[in-house]
Structures are given as structure tokens and as C-alpha cells.
Design a protein around this ligand. Structure first.
Ligand SMILES: C[S@@+](CC[C@H](N)C(=O)[O-])C[C@H]1O[C@@H](n2cnc3c(N)ncnc32)[C@H](O)[C@@H]1O
Length: 214
């Protein structure tokens, strides 16, 4: 799926992503980042946020890692416009517009210390394409942080999203949000040549998996 899908209004999505920032990136996410990712990437890492959306994660990473070089990639005009208009401590990231269903991505071989995808991979036609590109672009010792939706029962999913009336787009996105169980994410990563080095569940709906190429 891309944001050209008629169920998505890109500007409404920018607003929704921005207003839900604290809920989507709770302290438990950052505690996991600090314990499982930070010790592996040094003080001046090269980081790519694939499917960076409105740029909020990049903004938080810039604050935490003033020496980092940041790249945001997304397919959406509205998301990239929002990200480019943000203020970043320590210099603006670079941005690339690219459809993550299409390899190769605009990133050099073995150039990244950290690659992050947050609530993106479940929307791709074939996540294996992304995993192969992450492997290609990570340096030896680099880390892939996947933070994505995990399958829930329909009743749990709807309850956790505030009920059937909470969001008109709910049933349209439900198949993407519930595409993979945690076990299936782990299996896909293992099949793609990654070794798991950390796992957390910062939200009831999401799993965070830190892995390194084997
Ligand atoms: C749910 S938002 C998450 C945004 C951001 N990662 C965050 O957590 O704030 C999903 C993002 O993935 C992007 N996206 C979806 N399909 C894509 C594709 N095929 N190629 C590139 N970006 C894509 C959307 O434009 C959107 O910005």
C-alpha cells in the first residue's frame, strides 16, 4: 500500500501522526532504545529512518545523538514537507523521496550504523525487499530497529483503538496493522539473515525488535 490509496488523506495522516507522538513513542520505547540500540552505534552514527513520516522520530534522535548524521526516506509529499519544516538540533537531516517497495533505496552500501522502521514495514508489498535493503546498507556491526504493529484479535485491536466509532479509517487499516504476529516478525527477520539482539513491547499494539546481520 502507498499513501496514494484512497483510504488515506495525507494531510490528516500528518496531523494524526504528530498529535499521537507521545503515545506512539512512550518512555518504554526510549528505554529499549537506550539499552538495546545505543550501546551498539557509537556517538556519531549514520542513521536512516525508512518511512520517516512527519519526521518526529528523527527530531528525537537528533536531540539524543547530537553527533548523528540523519537521513529520512518516505514516499509521501505531505510527510516529507512536514519533516523538512521541523527544527532539528544540530543540523537538518537529509531527505529522500522513495517508494520502499522498490529496490535499491537511495542509500550507499554499508553506510549506516542504524536503520529504523517505525509502523511502516507492515504496509509494504513485500517486507523481504526492505530487509534485504537494510542488510545491504548497514555497516558491519550496524543495527536494524523494527518497531511495528503486531497482530491482535479483532476485538482487542478495536478496543485498543478506542472502539469502532473512534476512527473512520479503522477497518481499512486493520489488515495492515494485524498482518504479522511477533513470532512471524521474528521469523521474517531470521529468514532475512538477521540475528535478534533485543525485544520489547512498548505498546500493546507494537513490538520493537533490534537485530544485526548474521
Ligand atoms: C504510520 S506512518 C509512520 C511514520 C513514522 N515512521 C512515524 O512513526 O511517525 C507510515 C509512513 O510510511 C510511509 N509509507 C507507506 N508506504 C510507503 C512506501 N511504499 N514507501 C515509502 N514510504 C511509505 C507513509 O507515507 C507514512 O509516512
Amino acid at each position: 500500500m502507498t499513501t496514494a490509496d484512497s483510504r488515506w488523506n495525507e494531510n490528516a495522516m500528518v496531523e494524526r501522526m504528530s498529535s499521537s507522538r507521545g503515545r506512539r513513542y512512550p518512555p518504554e520505547f526510549w528505554a529499549f532504545f537506550d539499552s538495546a540500540v545505543l550501546p551498539r552505534i557509537g556517538d556519531a552514527p549514520a542513521i536512516a529512518d525508512l518511512g520517516c513520516g512527519p519526521g518526529l522520530l528523527l527530531q528525537d534522535l537528533a536531540l539524543r545523538l547530537p553527533g548523528a548524521t540523519l537521513l529520512g526516506v518516505d514516499v509521501s509529499d505531505a510527510m516529507l514537507a512536514n519533516a523538512q519544516a521541523l527544527e532539528f538540533s544540530g543540523g537538518a537531516p537529509s531527505f529522500e523521496q522513495h517508494d520502499l517497495n522498490d529496490a535499491p533505496y537511495p542509500v550507499e552500501n554499508a553506510s549506516l550504523d542504524l536503520c529504523v522502521t517505525a509502523s511502516v514495514t507492515c504496509f509494504l508489498d513485500n517486507p523481504l525487499v526492505l530487509f534485504a535493503e537494510v542488510r545491504r546498507t548497514l555497516r558491519p556491526g550496524g543495527v536494524y530497529l523494527l518497531y511495528d504493529w503486531r497482530r491482535q484479535t479483532l476485538a482487542d485491536y478495536i478496543e485498543n483503538r478506542g472502539g469502532l466509532d473512534a476512527d473512520p479509517a479503522l477497518m481499512g487499516v486493520q489488515p495492515y496493522h494485524n498482518r504479522f504476529t511477533v513470532d512471524e516478525w521474528r521469523w521474517l527477520l531470521a529468514e532475512s539473515g538477521f540475528e535478534l539482539v533485543g525485544e520489547a513491547h512498548p505498546r500493546i499494539s507494537h513490538v520493537a525488535l533490534a537485530s544485526v546481520p548474521r
